[in-house]
Design a protein around this ligand. Structure first.
Ligand code: GUN
Length: 282
């Protein structure tokens, strides 16, 4: 069993990004990510902090706009509009989930697609489906980078994605399909998830439920990619996979923490860099 080491790969990517940021700076381009955080969800606040710290590590500018949980939708839309037309801003990210009174789709659709470094705008989602160049959501793209680093071939493989969110499951299924895999997507209404996981060469899990994937659900030699992040009552951070019992059966597995999480952050930085680099051509 080998560990898919996202911490190591993300550090390598950050070094590369840092060099590219220095090059852009020499050309008077200063990559800048704007992050909007609405409300006081501690997990969201912690993710936003991790994102801005990562920007600082690679020399990118980051602006965080923290808004109270009762912020009106219209105020948020105004903020997005302001950032859309500000040439200094290369990427705009609205941390999800948003408070219930705000229509998330409306907010994500208001972000200029050329600054949508999260890749959540319908234009980027559509382009990703067609395999066109676009912003691709950081978590699924980070997973693809991680598999590629370990030369894991996807063409012809049987893959199952457990969890069908717009942020992770659906875009990941799209990327896997475009890479030539045969893809099943399981979700809350799937009758028996284990039917799919048992026959899969590669199992991806993004649900948010500790120990959802147990050793009986995995075939010998499978690859397991755990995209879940759960904080237990004792403070420990775990994924969706019963790592201790599943790992011995796997050829490769991601740890939590240190697997997909750091890859998400590194890929967000890459997307922001990609956006800033378009200024070189102008
Ligand atoms: N909430 C959980 N994951 C993400 C993400 O990748 N981007 C944003 N904006 N919010 C999230």
């Amino acid at each position: 069993m080998k560990i898919l080491d996202g911490k190591m790969l993300s550090s390598k990517i950050e070094v590369q990004i840092q060099k590219e940021v220095e090059f852009l700076n020499q050309n008077f381009i200063y990559p800048t990510l704007a992050v909007i955080l609405v409300g006081d969800d501690p997990a969201s606040a912690s993710y936003v902090k991790m994102k801005s710290k990562a920007c600082e590590r690679v020399g990118m500018n980051t602006l965080t706009f923290a808004m109270p949980s009762n912020t009106e939708e219209e105020i948020l839309l105004e903020k997005i509009h302001e950032l859309n037309i500000d040439n200094k801003i290369d990427g705009i990210l609205v941390q999800l989930p948003l408070p219930k009174h705000i229509d998330s789709s409306k907010i994500l659709e208001a972000i200029c697609p050329s600054k949508d470094v999260d890749g959540f705008h319908s234009l980027n989602v559509g382009r990703a489906t067609l395999g066109f160049e676009c912003f691709i959501p950081a978590t699924p793209l980070g997973v693809m980078h991680l598999l590629s680093e370990y030369a894991i071939e996807l063409r012809g493989k049987d893959c199952v994605v457990v969890g069908a969110s717009n942020i992770v499951g659906k875009p990941l299924a799209t990327l896997l399909l475009n890479a030539g895999a045969t893809v099943s997507v399981c979700h809350i209404d799937t009758k028996d998830v284990s039917i799919y996981t048992k026959m899969a060469d590669i199992v991806f899990v993004a649900v948010g439920k500790p120990n959802l994937i147990t050793q009986e659900m995995i075939k010998e030699g499978a690859i397991v990619v755990d995209i879940g992040i759960n904080r237990l009552s004792d403070g420990r951070l775990v994924g969706d996979v019963d790592f201790e019992n599943v790992a011995p059966k796997c050829s490769y597995i991601t740890p939590v923490p240190g697997g997909v999480g750091p890859m998400t952050i590194a890929t967000l930085l890459q997307n922001t860099l990609q956006s800033a680099k378009t200024k070189l051509k102008r």
